[in-house]
Design a protein around this ligand. Structure first.
Ligand code: RET
Length: 268
């Protein structure tokens, strides 16, 4: 981003751009803006659709598009982005537009997805809590990786710590919850959603590694699009499949997780 190049300050975390300057930069890049607006529009549609499908269904699932709208509004307005001087392998560094708001809101949206999956599998509180805590650890240390400018090594060390948290989440999804789902009688839908989730989630650290915050094989706009498209699958397609199943299987719902999966309003 040539227009964003400025001399890196010696100490400050972010190079000095006002929110209005960042907003103007984003608005001036049609493709980057589109990677945000697509999600705001889809999240809005998802909320309308989910409300139509059933008013009380799965509070956790309904929260996902709400968090998403907040997330992308932060990005598109320039509030939750910043320019930092990212060190790259080979000794160089560059001023890069960092979308740190993504990590922040992932710390809210991904636990919701895991809570929905855990409840669906009828798991116990210990495993649910472990998955959520590990997941939040992954998001916060991912944020630390994105914001560390002092040392290339420490930047990637944060990345590895985040991956370690992520392994725990994947383990619970692939090993623990399928057993619980089997016992709860939700194995089939759980298996579909687990496969979707694990496949898409695995792509996030890959995008980070090759994206503008990692090895910079992808530029800022391409990185943003990659995350935005992954979000579409991991959030809206996920939530749609889950809610469709919940609406069609009220009898199973009542018997798992003490009915805490929610219910479709009787008006439907
Ligand atoms: C980071 C970089 C550090 C290493 C790892 C990551 C994983 C991120 C994931 C994000 C999933 C986000 C979703 C958002 C939906 O709203 C932080 C990219 C492991 C798995 C599903």
């Amino acid at each position: 981003m040539a227009a964003l190049t400025a001399a890196p300050p010696a100490v400050a975390l972010t190079t000095d751009f006002t929110q209005s300057e960042l907003f103007a930069q984003i608005a001036g890049n049609t493709s980057l803006s589109a990677s945000f607006w697509v999600n705001i529009a889809l999240a809005g549609l998802a909320i309308l659709l989910f409300v139509y499908m059933g008013r009380n269904v799965f509070v956790a699932t309904m929260m996902v598009p709400l968090v998403s709208i907040s997330s992308y509004t932060g990005l598109v307005s320039g509030l939750t982005v910043g320019v930092i001087n990212v060190p790259y392998p080979g000794g160089g560094s560059e001023d890069v537009l960092i979308m740190w708001g993504r990590y922040l809101t992932w710390a809210l949206s991904t636990p919701m997805i895991l809570i929905a999956l855990g409840l669906l599998a009828g798991t116990n509180l210990t495993k649910l809590f472990t998955a959520v805590v590990m997941d939040i650890g992954m998001c916060i240390t991912g944020l630390a990786a994105a914001l560390t400018t002092s040392s290339l090594l420490l930047r990637w060390f944060w990345y590895l710590i985040s991956c370690a948290f992520f392994v725990a989440v994947i383990y619970i999804l692939l090993v623990e919850w399928p057993k619980d789902a089997q016992a709860a009688g939700t194995a089939e839908i759980f298996s579909t959603l687990k496969t979707l989730t694990v496949t898409l989630w695995l792509a996030y650290p890959v995008v980070w590694a090759v994206g503008s915050e990692g090895l910079a094989v992808l530029g800022t706009t391409q990185t943003s699009w990659a995350y935005s498209l992954l979000d579409v699958g991991a959030k809206y397609i996920f939530a749609f499949l889950l809610l469709r199943w919940v609406a069609a299987n009220q009898n199973v719902i009542g018997s798992i997780a003490g009915g805490s999966l929610g219910s479709v309003s009787s008006a439907d």
